[in-house]
Design a protein around this ligand. Structure first.
Ligand code: ZN
Length: 528
């Protein structure tokens, strides 16, 4: 989520979610922190959505719960995806449909939209004109020169704005570390066709629910090999219906059938296209690998992983691939076949963009610190002075004043966790406790206390879950707890709560000498 402020008004560009990693167990999605604008929601002139990916639209329902009538500006497919999402939250949005080349005035912000090519159709870059200068935000983009839908990133439009003078250029950094140029989506077709023509049994394709072009390639290959296709997973079924109804997906008559009707069909005539509950492919595959999915894999099935291997999660993904192989499946992924190409411009493409736009100031966006830094270095190599390249992490504010961009401060930008229906009820402390439970288990100590002496009336009893069953360790812990209680001055212990604290800390301290990471300890003290 990016926020622009001018003349007392606010413009929001994108409002997405982050998906949790292994250090955030039990979290469904992570929202941007609205704290900095919560008191100023009435000043928001509009929300611009550059494209329909979850990391750009996923948090829109949560923003609109705070102010439902914020106008949402976007292209046809983006608005359709966000409207479907909002319908599930029973929100009827105010939308403004724009197309590449259009202009629109939102409060003091003069908006202009540019076609960009990405791993979802209908992506837009947005130019923001105010009396303070011209800002150009690429959104997510790449420069496929032979895109499947023929919709190129409009470099001529980028160049026109460059001629006018771009004061601040916000540029997608995701692939700034990847040298050279991406291959075209079109070049994946032979490898995808090969999978379909050689697979002995079912082909199970796992993809992002929004990757309309890749799914079109899969549909075409399935059709050519005489197979039928079923979509599996709520968000996949929903998005493909939207994409087909709006003409972004071309489905030959009779190709797609209901998942439940596939039972009677020969295995080598079946294709399943699936995704996870958040439209994320690995979640579905993980469930299949654990036999916890409506698709149960069998010997001879082929799994086509038509998506990226999410950086940072490689180990988890290879673990899933190994399990799928153990179940008898052949797994085709970007590591062993040309079945995926990224949706983000790599270094060569980014350099082209800098040379075409020739911006006064650059601010890398989208990606982790190393991606932002790599992108900043590319900008500097094209001749943009280092002092005009601003690397700002989440929450950092940047002022554009008299043609010069510079860091001006910071606002609160925490990660806001959604766990089931609870928004922001989950905090770092909760996650730390969950990680302890996951990594080391839990010990409950039951203490019967003599109310006169505040000492143990009976030996401690332990209940453990997920804890290495080590009687020696528990015996040592019990002795440490007993000694700690005996050491306490009577006056210092007021109630059973104090007793519980003394016992818990003594056990934790003792176990830390045996285990690098001691288990969570809960003590329940009862009067004898
Ligand atoms: Zn995207």
């Amino acid at each position: 989520m990016t926020l622009f402020e001018h003349a007392g008004k606010l413009l929001i560009v994108d409002c997405g979610v982050l998906f949790p990693d292994e250090s955030q167990p039990g979290v469904d999605v992570i929202l941007p922190d609205f704290t900095a604008i919560r008191d100023r929601l009435d000043d928001v002139s509009a929300l611009v959505l550059t494209h329909g990916h979850e990391d750009h639209i996923g948090a829109v329902p949560y923003l609109l719960k705070e102010r439902p009538d914020i106008p949402i500006i976007g292209s046809e497919l983006t608005l359709a995806f966000v409207a479907a999402k909002l319908k599930e939250h029973r929100i009827q949005p105010r939308t403004v449909h724009v197309e590449a080349g259009d202009t629109h005035q939102a409060g003091p912000f003069g908006l202009e939209f540019l076609a960009v090519n990405h791993s979802i159709p209908d992506g837009l870059a947005v130019a923001v004109r105010t009396s303070a200068g011209l800002v150009l935000h690429t959104g997510d983009f790449k420069m496929d020169q032979f895109p499947l839908d023929g919709r190129l990133t409009d470099l001529r439009h980028f160049a026109r704005l460059g001629e006018e003078g771009v004061d601040l250029f916000l540029v997608d950094s995701t692939n700034a570390e990847v040298p050279g140029f991406l291959m075209s989506e079109r070049d994946l077709t032979p490898a995808i066709e090969e999978v379909f023509s050689t697979a002995p049994r079912r082909v199970i394709v796992s993809s992002f629910a929004s990757h309309v072009h890749r799914i079109q390639q899969v549909l075409d290959a399935a059709h050519a090999s005489g197979r039928k296709v079923a979509f599996v997973g709520r968000s996949m079924v929903r998005n493909m219906k939207i994409a087909r109804d709006l003409g972004y997906l071309n489905i030959p008559r009779g190709l797609v059938v209901d998942f439940k009707k596939l039972g009677s069909m020969p295995e080598n005539k079946i294709t399943l296209i699936c995704t996870g509950s958040q439209g994320e492919p690995m979640a579905a595959l993980a469930r299949m690998a654990n036999n916890d999915h409506e698709i149960s894999l069998a010997q001879g099935d082929t799994v086509l992983l038509a998506s990226s291997l999410i950086p940072g999660n490689e180990n988890a993904i290879y673990g899933i691939i190994n399990k799928l192989i153990d179940l008898g499946a052949t797994v085709v992924h970007k590591g062993n076949a040309k079945v995926h190409v990224s949706g983000h411009a790599s270094a060569g493409e980014l350099v082209y963009c800098y040379n075409i736009v020739r911006p006064r100031n650059v601010m890398p966006v989208h990606g982790e610190s190393k991606h932002l830094q790599a992108n900043a270095e590319l900008a500097i190599r094209t001749g943009i002075p280092e002092k005009n390249v601003v690397v700002a992490r989440d929450g950092v504010t940047v002022d554009l004043l008299d043609g010069r961009a510079s860091i001006s401060g910071k606002v609160r930008a925490d990660l806001v966790y959604v766990d089931g229906a609870a928004v922001s009820g989950t905090h770092e402390r909760t996650l730390a406790e969950r990680r302890t439970l996951r990594d080391s288990g839990v010990i409950t100590a039951v203490a019967i206390i003599d109310p006169d002496t505040n000492n143990l009336a009976e030996p401690l009893e332990f209940l453990t879950r997920g804890f290495v069953d080590n009687q020696g360790a528990l015996k040592a812990a019990a002795e440490a707890a007993k000694a700690a209680l005996a050491r306490e001055k009577t006056g210092k212990i007021d109630d059973l709560g104090d007793v519980e604290n003394v016992i818990s800390s003594a056990i934790t301290r003792r176990l830390r000498r045996i285990y690098r990471q001691p288990p969570a300890v809960i003590t329940v003290a009862i009067d004898a």
